[in-house]
Design a protein around this ligand. Structure first.
Ligand SMILES: [Zn+2]
Length: 112
């Protein structure tokens, strides 16, 4: 076990998780399929809407990935393996965890 304060990390991650969940909820509509009704929207504004939708969906995908990383990190805290590289089992440096507590790999395994 490293000297990382896992209680604090868990609190931070839980707060971050709630934040992302709220964002995902908020952007649900933006990412909804574009209506095919062209009587109200011209061709250009429809392309506009599709582009906005694509961007919204990409943002949602990134947030969902982040959510998965956070969930995995919280699971590692619960399992008592937080701070250990999931690949080689070595301790991840506290500095690295400080930058990104959700990182599952040590610097060597991340190829950094
Ligand atoms: Zn490693």
């Amino acid at each position: 076990m490293s000297d990382v304060d896992t209680d604090r990390v868990r609190a931070d991650l839980t707060a971050k998780r709630a934040e992302i969940c709220a964002l995902l909820e908020e952007t649900q509509e933006d990412a909804a399929p574009v209506a095919l009704d062209q009587t109200q929207q011209g061709r250009l504004s429809r392309m506009d809407a599709m582009q906005r939708q694509e961007m919204a969906q990409a943002a949602r995908r990134r947030r969902k990935l982040e959510l998965e990383r956070i969930d995995a990190a919280i699971a590692r805290i619960d399992a008592g393996t937080f701070g250990e590289c999931v690949r080689c089992g070595e301790e991840i440096s506290p500095a690295r965890l400080g930058l990104d507590p959700t990182t599952p790999l040590c610097r060597d395994c991340a190829g950094g």
